[in-house]
Design a protein around this ligand. Structure first.
Ligand code: GLV
Length: 314
């Protein structure tokens, strides 16, 4: 019988365990508790403690119950022998997250493009005043990171009629999106963007990447949307760019420390919209369906998608 170990940080495990049992009736599924060192074929985890993976016998694959694998890769950096080479780390492949990202980024872009915050302010002042409209053809949007979610967001924004540029480390082709790849193309990609959407995985290369140099390449008054990881944004550079007017605003869903500490200046900056890391939540039903079918494929010796390239970091 296949044995599955489950752990999802800060979430009620009961509905997960019930749904998993329904989709994988042939498996023995258990929630991990401290001290459980028994063998398992598969571990399904989100932000697990290191102890869950250490010296785990029998493991065939680890499924990450989310898109970003930075927590697990952090463990692997500190403990390079944590997972034997035959154990794959597999991330969720969209599984309902892309649609959520489309909606979240879409609303942030439209709020800036249609100047809804400025109209909100005018309403506060009880003023009936028409602002000069922004022209869509003159509103280029850049999406950094063209993975499973970034490609869909870029296509979604293009379908809304915006000129869209995409940037990634490796070359991508995407209908309706002007694609750039490699560090050397970054200034051209960023030049004059009205909105910049961060959808990159957190790696050594992307940490602190969104800094004053990047902000200074954008159009004056541009909007930053971060739906990836907080550690990719240099907080002080963002605050300075907002103060100087180089950035007009930011919509942030991810932060260096989560929950965002109560004393953090982002809370008091009116030009920053804050959400508590909800842009794309893991959808239980879709994720379990995807993972169950991957486990069945792996058990038959078939290959599956979503395997993380550990050297690349995503
Ligand atoms: C959320 O941030 C995820 O990586 O799934």
């Amino acid at each position: 019988m296949i044995s599955i170990l489950f752990y999802k940080h800060q979430d009620d495990p009961a509905p997960w365990l019930a749904d998993l049992a329904r989709h994988l009736p042939q498996a023995q599924i258990r929630m991990w508790h401290p001290g459980d060192a028994d063998p398992a074929d598969y571990a399904l985890v989100w932000k697990p403690p290191l102890e869950l993976l250490q010296r785990r016998q029998g493991l065939k694959a680890v499924f990450n119950l989310g898109a970003g694998v930075d927590v697990l890769l952090g463990f692997l950096r500190e403990h390079p022998f944590l997972l034997p080479p035959h154990v794959s780390l597999i991330k969720l492949d969209d599984a309902g997250m892309a649609a959520q990202m489309n909606h979240y980024v879409g609303q942030a872009v439209l709020r800036h493009f249609r100047q809804m915050d400025a109209y909100g302010q005018l309403k506060q002042e009880m003023r009936w005043h028409v602002l000069p409209p922004k022209i869509q053809a003159d509103y280029p949007i850049g999406v950094m990171g063209l993975g499973a979610l970034g490609t869909q967001v870029a296509s979604y924004l293009a379908a809304m009629g915006f000129p869209v540029r995409g940037w990634s480390r490796s070359r991508k082709h995407l209908a309706g999106v002007q694609c750039y790849s490699g560090e050397e193309t970054l200034p051209v990609f960023l030049d004059g963007l009205q909105a910049l959407v961060n959808m990159m995985p957190l790696t050594a290369q992307t940490e602190n990447m969104l800094d004053r140099t990047v902000f200074n390449c954008l159009a004056r008054g541009a909007h930053l949307i971060n739906v990836a990881r907080g550690a990719q944004v240099v907080d002080d550079d963002l605050l300075a760019a907002l103060s100087s007017g180089q950035l007009g605003g930011a919509t942030l869903d991810a932060f260096r420390t989560e929950p965002l500490p109560s004393g953090h200046p982002f809370w008091r900056e009116p030009r920053i919209a804050i959400t508590p890391h909800i842009a794309a939540l893991t959808e239980r039903t879709e994720s379990i369906r995807q993972i169950a079918s991957k486990i069945e494929a792996l058990e038959k010796g078939e290959s599956v998608g979503g395997i993380v390239d550990l050297a690349r970091g995503y």
